[in-house]
Each structure stands twice: as structure tokens, then as C-alpha cells.
Design a protein around this ligand. Sequence first.
Ligand code: UDX
Ligand code: UDX
Length: 431
Amino acid sequence: MKVSIIGAGYVGLVTGACLAELGNEVLCVDRNVSKIEILNSGSVPIYEPGLEELIQKNSGKKRLSFTVSIEEGVRFADVIFICVGTPPRDDGSADLTAIEEVSDIIAECMDSYKLVVEKSTVPVETGEWVKKTIEKFKRNSAEFDIASNPEFLREGSAIEDFMNPDRIVIGVESLKAETILRELYRPLDAKIVVTNTKGAEIIKHSANSFLAMKISFINALSNICEKTGADINEVAEGIGLDKRINPYFLKAGIGFGGSCFPKDVKAFIHICEKLGYPFNLLKEVEKINEYQKENAFIKLREMLWNIPGKIIAVWGLAFKPNTDDIRSSPSIDIIKKLLKEGAKIKVFDPAAMEKAKEELGDSVIYCNDTYTSATGSDCIVLMTEWNEFKEIDWNRIKKIVRQPVVLDGRNIYDPVKLKNMGFEYRGMGRR
Ligand code: UDX
Ligand code: UDX
């Protein structure tokens, strides 16, 4: 099948490369010229394990190509995936201007039947708007269908998640659209849930909101553990062994970040207000997440007495391991709070340093490795649980720090071991 992907971001690139790998002819479109130039030169503008090899292989087989021309993309394809960004506006609603712009252009350029599929995470009823927009602006009698096919890709494991999905959700309004999408995904041999576009849009927002709620639940519990002398990792194990709860997404820490959870929870709260049913539970999910960052900052102040002038080593900038993405990263938020308090910050992250420089400029000291960042520090803060930070030579650390103080933002270290070595250790809900 001929497929166009409009928006070659984290989701668009993975979707395009994987659909090419399944044997389709794929054209990725992006308005960002430099991004397309990087892709046409055989490189990849984002860090996603396995993506570069997959793109090179399929570009080599002439099944995957890149352009800035959206018109070319519309004319080329039978199926058009919209994967453009839907960033949060100040009021929490999703900014859908890119979705509307793309819909306008599709209407103007389409010259034969098209299946237009929204993959970007969008508020419920967006599919209706896309349909109305194309009907209003299309220039000929060409038929089209709209579908919603939300992505459930986790950054750092996006290709695995695409090729082995728990389920594929397709929201369709016609048998023709359903048939095309079933055909497209047949090689994956995965469970396919068929609903209407509204159902698919709600599945996406509610899935992310539920996962975020699960994380805020365990983070709230971590504060209760801290006040009672229980250990959150032991409590998480104890409840997670109930298969109805399961152990996943029960890791307490400095909170969730990324380009999805914060944005999707905010957008879902906003839509529900608009629909006349305030989803107050999700407001609490947000509050708990914000408090976790505040809580980490309070702990640092308790351990360091005064923040101004202190040197703090930050291990990890990305919102989670195996990605260079720093969007809504708790680490970046806490660094900004510490800078405002007059701390000196030394940072190291295996993949996100370049992206962090765009955000933090020269307000922090960028170090090439874990030990350089720790040298002379009054405190080490573990923010992102990269493997690089799991096996540490603490005897060496003890010799190079100014003060042996550790805040373990992701609860990956052994409190007893560190305390026996003379470190002052605080976790997020550790005994
Ligand atoms: C995006 C949405 O943000 C997310 O909600 C959804 O789940 C999947 O798509 P992501 O791929 O991470 O996620 O977005 P981003 O990395 O920002 O990529 C969006 C791309 O679209 C950018 O490369 C941007 O240049 C491009 N774009 C945006 C266009 O090509 N045309 C536009 O009009 C707007
Ligand atoms: C998420 C969803 O998992 C994915 O299905 C959706 O398509 C996009 O959003 P992603 O944002 O890439 O994926 O990362 P994820 O692995 O879900 O982690 C999100 C955040 O939650 C990270 O900041 C992570 O540190 C945090 N998290 C995750 C926890 O704090 N505790 C956990 O137990 C799990």
C-alpha cells in the first residue's frame, strides 16, 4: 500500500519506518526542512534505539523516502497518517492548529480516494472536525474517509511497541476504512479493536491518563511510606503481585514527564470540563505529580541546609532512560528551581545533553561522564534511571565529592549499602 506520514517526529518516523518494514511504500512529510535534510542524508534527527538502522534499510530498498512537500505526500498515498504535534496550550487544551492546517492542505490537494488517519493524540471529536474541514475545502468529488488510529509507542521502545503491540485500535466510520486498516496491519497479526473515531480518541487519552494515575497513586503512597517508615519498593511489590494491579507503572520517583502524559492528562481534563463532566480525579493526578518535584526540592534543602552556592551533580536530563527527549522532564524542572535558588549545577546524561543545551543554555556545567559531574559536588541527584547510573564505584565517588550526599530520585540505589559507606541517602519513599 502507498502510505504518507505527515509529521516526521518521534511518532511519525517510527510509524513510517515500521510500515515500510512491513512492505508498504512510505513517504514521510515534514515542514521542518533541516529535519528532512538530515533524513535524506541517511541520518536520524532523534534518538530512538533501532530507528536509524530501520530507516537506512528501508530507504535503501526505496520503500521509504522524505519530503517537505505535503502536496506530494497527499498525491502519493492511498492512506495518509497525520502525526503532527498537538502541544498543550496555556489553558491545558491541545493546540490543534497543525491538524487543521494539514486537513486544509489535504482537502486542496487530494485528487482520488484517500483514507485520512489521525495518529496524533487528539481530543475526542477532532475526527469530526477533520472530516468537516476536508468536506468544506476539497476541490473535487474525490471520496475520502476519516479514521483514528492512536499510537501506544513508548519512547525508547517505540519500534518494539509498534511491531508487537498489545492491541491496535482503529476508529472508523465506514467498512472501507476498516478493511484498509485491517489490511495494513495484517502482517502484525495483533488483536485489533474496532470502534468509531470518538471511541478511539477516548481510548488514547484515557489509556495515558490511567497510566499517569497509576504513577501518581504510587507516588502518593511513597509519601505515606516516608512518614511511617515503610519502604515504597516493598509496598509496590506487595500490591503489584495482585495480577489485577500488576507490577508495571508502580515505580515511585520524581514524577512522570515526556511529550505525552503531562499533555494528555491536561487535555483530557480540559475536554471533560468542556463536555460538562469535570474529571476531578485527573486534577489530583496532576497535583501529585507536581508535588513530587517540589518534594525532591524540599529534601535537597533539608539535606544541604542552604542551596545558594552549593554544587549539585544531576545525573540524568531526559524524562526517562533510552531517549534524548527532555519534554516536560522532571529533571529540567527541578534544575530550573535549583538555579533560581542559586545552586551551581553540573549535569551528565548519556543521550539528552544536546537537547538540554537548547533548553538550559550555559546556565549549567555540561560534563562528559558521571564521575566528572560528581567531582566537588555537595550533593548528587539521580533523576533518570539510565543503566550508566546503576553500577557506580561509590568508593571513588566518596573521594571526589565535597559532601557524600545522595538524593535518589528514582529509587534505584540500596539505602543500607550507601549509608554503611558513609553517605547521607534520601530516596522517594524509601525506608
Ligand atoms: C506527536 C504529537 O505531539 C503527539 O501528541 C502524538 O501522540 C503523536 O505525534 P511527536 O511525534 O512526539 O508526537 O511530535 P513531534 O516530535 O513534535 O513531531 C511532530 C512533527 O510534525 C514535527 O517534526 C513538526 O515539524 C511536524 N509538523 C508539525 C509538520 O510537518 N507540519 C505541521 O503543520 C506541524
Ligand atoms: C507513554 C505511554 O506509555 C505510551 O503508551 C504512549 O503512547 C505515550 O506515552 P512515554 O511517555 O514514551 O509513553 O513513556 P513511559 O515509559 O510511559 O513513561 C512516562 C513517564 O512516566 C516517564 O517520565 C517515566 O519516568 C514515568 N514513570 C513510568 C514512572 O515515574 N514510574 C513508572 O513506573 C513508569
